[in-house]
Design a protein around this ligand. Structure first.
Ligand code: ZN
Length: 146
């Protein structure tokens, strides 16, 4: 339900795990408590349960509002350097890869324009600071303006 928010938080450099749809509420809470993660949810029922897990009820269904709420509640100050530090799909720490290794794996135009590439060691997804990256930086900056 909060998959988009999870992606954005990862793009901002925060280590976020997304609960599987088939996980029971009790399991999710137990995981959150044992891994000292904070559970972000829109589910009022799960918030009402007794648990050792720290929880935050996400108020809005709009992802921009969600990002603002999370940044405000946890007093986050995501730096520009944190962007592109984690895989937006699985949250693994990205590793720099040599340009020679990505030949044929990224669009030709991207290969021609970019010199720096990063890769997720888990899912293999490749990242570079293209127009997508600039849009992310802009969006985050505009959302975080007081
Ligand atoms: Zn990945």
């Amino acid at each position: 339900m909060l998959g988009n928010l999870a992606k954005w938080l990862r793009m901002m450099g925060y280590d976020v795990k997304y609960a599987d749809d088939d996980e029971e509420d009790a399991e999710i809470l137990q995981h959150a408590a044992s891994s000292k993660r904070i559970l972000l949810t829109r589910d009022k029922e799960i918030i009402g349960r007794r648990s050792d897990a720290q929880m935050l009820l996400v108020k809005s269904s709009d992802v921009d509002e969600q990002i603002k709420q999370v940044v405000f509640e946890f007093k986050l100050s995501p730096g520009k350097n944190a962007i592109l530090s984690l895989c937006s799909e699985c949250g693994e720490k990205l590793q720099p890869v040599d340009k020679g290794e990505v030949f044929g794996k990224v669009p030709d135009g991207v290969f021609a324009r970019q010199d720096e590439f990063w890769q997720c060691p888990d899912c293999g997804k490749l990242y570079w600071k293209g127009s997508h990256y600039n849009k992310i930086v802009e969006k985050i900056e505009s959302l975080l303006k007081p």
